[in-house]
Design a protein around this ligand. Structure first.
Ligand SMILES: NC(=O)c1ccc[n+]([C@@H]2O[C@H](COP(=O)([O-])OP(=O)(O)OC[C@H]3O[C@@H](n4cnc5c(N)ncnc54)[C@H](OP(=O)(O)O)[C@@H]3O)[C@@H](O)[C@H]2O)c1
Length: 435
C-alpha cells in the first residue's frame, strides 16, 4: 500500500468563506496530518469563491486561488470535489448542478437547498455517477446521516423525533430555566449570535422542517418531501406554559417528528410537551438531539452541537474523507456508492393527514372568574375530552388529556375561545411520549 503522501491529493474547491467555509478551511489545515492518514491521501483546499477575499486571506487561506465567480469554480477542471457553503437556494442550486454536470462530487451543508431541490440534485448526481454528501446539513456535527445510512441500515425505521434547531431550543431553555418571556429569550439569543436578526426560519419551524425532510428521506427512502411537513413555531408560547408543564411532569420542546404509519408517513414540526424524564427533555440550550426507533435496534439517541463553524466543518470534512477513501479504493467515480438518499429503498409515498393524528393534549385555558374552571371542564366533557392531570391557578386551568383526535382537540379549543368564562384564547400543545 503506498504511503498517503505518495497518493494523488483530493483537490477541493470551496464556495463561500463564511462560518462553515472558514471552519472547513481551519479543520482541513489544523488536522491535516490526521486527515491525510485517515483519508489515504492529502485533502487540499485549492480554490475558494468569496466576495470578500480579504477575509479569506486574513483567515489563512493563502496559497489557494481566490475568485468571486462561484459558477466558474464549480466547473473548474482542476477541482475534484466542490464544497458548497454559500447557503441560499438559487445560486447554490446552479453551482451544485454545474459541478455535477462537470463530473465533480459535491459536499454541502445546505439543508434548504436539498429540502427544496434534492430530487433534482440527486437525480443529476445519479445520472453522472457522482456523490452529493450532506452530513453537515442536518444537526451539524452529529453523524446522523451516517447513522441512518450505515449503522441502522438493517432496520425498518419506525419513527424519529428530534430537536434539530439550536436557536429555538436555546430560547425555550431560557424561558423554562430563567422564566424569560419569548421576546426576552430571543433578544438574548440574538445578542449571543445564536439567532439571526430575522429569526423567522428558526422560530417558525422552517429550518427544522428542512432538516426533517432530509432525515425522513434517509429513514424512509425517496426524495425530501418538504411540502408534506406540517409546521408550527414557538412564538405563541408563554413562560407560564413551562411552569404548568413542569408541574405536570413535562417540558416543552420544538420537535421534528417523522413516523411511519403503515404505508403513510407523518411529518410534523411543532412545539410539544415531552416527559421531563425523557432523554430529549435534557437536550438544552443550543444543543441538538435526535431519537431514532428501528425495528431491530430499538431506540438510539444522537446528541451534539446545534450550530458552529468547526462543528459543521467536522461533518463537511468527514464527507470529504469518505469521498477520498472511495475514490482511492474504487478508481472510477461511477463505482463510488452514491452518498445521497436511499434510492434503492421503495419509498413510503403517502403523507398521513394531520387530522388522523391522535395524541394526548396539553391545554392552558385562561380563566375569567372563580367558577370558570368547572365550566371549562364541562365544555371539554361535551366534546368527549377527559382531563387526566390538572394544574389549576386563579388565572388558568392547565391540563393534560388522554389520547385525543386532532379534530376533536381543535374543535374544543375553538369552542372554549367563545365562552364568557374563558378570559383569552386557550393554548393547545400536543404531548409526545417518545415511545
Ligand atoms: N452556521 C452554521 O452553524 C451552520 C450549520 C449547519 C449548516 N449551515 C449551512 O451552511 C451554509 C452556509 O452557512 P454559513 O453560516 O457559513 O453562512 P455565511 O456565514 O453567511 O457564509 C456564506 C458565505 O457565502 C458567500 N457567498 C454568498 N453568496 C456568494 C456569491 N454570490 N459569490 C461568492 N460568495 C458568496 C458569502 O460571502 P460574502 O461574505 O462575501 O457575502 C459568505 O462568505 C448554509 O446553507 C447554512 O444553512 C450552517
Amino acid at each position: 500500500m503506498p504511503s498517503p503522501l505518495h497518493c494523488k491529493p483530493l483537490r477541493v474547491g470551496l464556495l463561500g468563506f463564511g462560518v462553515v467555509g472558514s471552519g472547513t478551511c481551519a479543520v482541513l489545515s489544523g488536522n491535516r496530518a490526521t486527515i491525510t492518514a485517515r483519508a489515504g491521501c492529502a485533502i487540499d483546499l485549492t480554490h475558494v469563491a468569496t466576495r470578500t477575499p480579504e477575509r479569506a486571506r486574513a483567515a489563512g487561506a493563502a496559497g489557494v486561488v481566490l475568485t468571486d465567480d462561484p459558477l466558474a469554480l464549480a466547473r473548474h477542471p482542476d477541482i475534484d470535489v466542490v464544497v458548497e457553503a454559500m447557503g441560499g437556494t438559487d445560486l447554490a442550486r446552479r453551482c451544485v448542478l454545474a459541478a455535477i454536470a462537470a463530473g465533480k462530487h459535491v459536499v454541502t451543508a445546505n439543508k434548504a437547498l436539498l429540502a427544496q431541490h434534492g430530487e433534482e440534485v440527486f437525480a443529476a448526481a445519479q445520472a453522472q455517477g457522482v456523490s452529493v454528501a450532506f452530513e453537515g446539513a442536518v444537526a451539524v456535527s452529529i453523524p446522523i446521516v451516517k447513522a441512518l445510512r450505515e449503522g441502522l441500515v438493517a432496520n425498518e425505521i419506525e419513527w424519529l423525533a428530534g430537536i434539530v434547531n439550536g436557536t429555538s431550543n436555546y430560547v425555550l431553555t431560557q424561558m423554562r430555566d430563567e422564566g424569560r418571556s419569548y421576546a426576552q429569550a430571543l433578544g438574548e439569543a440574538q445578542a449571543l449570535g445564536y439567532a439571526e436578526a430575522d429569526p423567522s426560519l428558526d422560530v417558525d419551524g422552517g429550518d427544522a422542517a428542512h432538516k426533517l425532510a432530509l432525515l425522513a428521506a434517509m429513514a424512509f427512502g425517496g426524495a425530501p418531501r418538504l411540502a408534506d411537513v406540517h409546521v408550527e413555531g414557538i412564538r405563541h408560547l408563554q413562560a407560564c406554559d413551562f411552569g404548568h408543564a413542569a408541574r405536570l411532569g413535562h417540558t416543552v420542546k420544538l420537535l421534528a417528528v417523522a413516523r411511519r404509519e403503515g404505508e403513510q408517513i407523518q411529518l410534523r414540526v411543532h412545539p410539544a410537551l415531552v416527559p421531563s424524564a425523557a432523554l430529549l427533555a435534557r437536550v438544552d440550550g443550543s444543543m441538538n438531539g435526535i431519537l431514532v426507533k428501528g425495528n431491530a435496534a430499538g431506540v438510539t439517541m444522537y446528541c451534539g452541537a446545534g450550530a458552529g463553524s468547526r462543528e459543521t466543518a467536522s461533518a463537511v470534512v468527514a464527507d470529504l474523507v469518505d469521498i477520498a477513501r472511495a475514490l482511492r479504493g474504487g478508481g472510477s467515480p461511477r463505482q463510488i456508492p452514491a452518498l445521497g438518499f436511499h434510492h434503492e429503498v421503495q419509498p413510503v409515498r403517502t403523507a398521513a393527514p394531520l387530522e388522523a393524528l391522535r395524541l394526548p393534549q396539553y391545554l392552558r385555558v385562561p380563566l375569567a372568574d372563580a367558577g370558570a374552571a368547572r365550566q371549562v371542564r364541562e365544555v371539554l366533557a361535551a366534546h368527549g375530552i377527559t382531563p387526566v392531570q390538572q394544574d389549576e391557578s386563579p388565572q388558568a386551568l392547565a391540563l393534560l388529556t388522554s389520547e385525543t383526535e386532532e379534530w376533536r382537540a381543535a374543535g374544543a379549543v375553538q369552542d372554549l375561545a367563545r365562552q364568557p368564562c374563558v378570559a383569552a384564547p386557550p393554548t393547545r400543545l400536543r404531548v409526545e411520549a417518545l415511545a
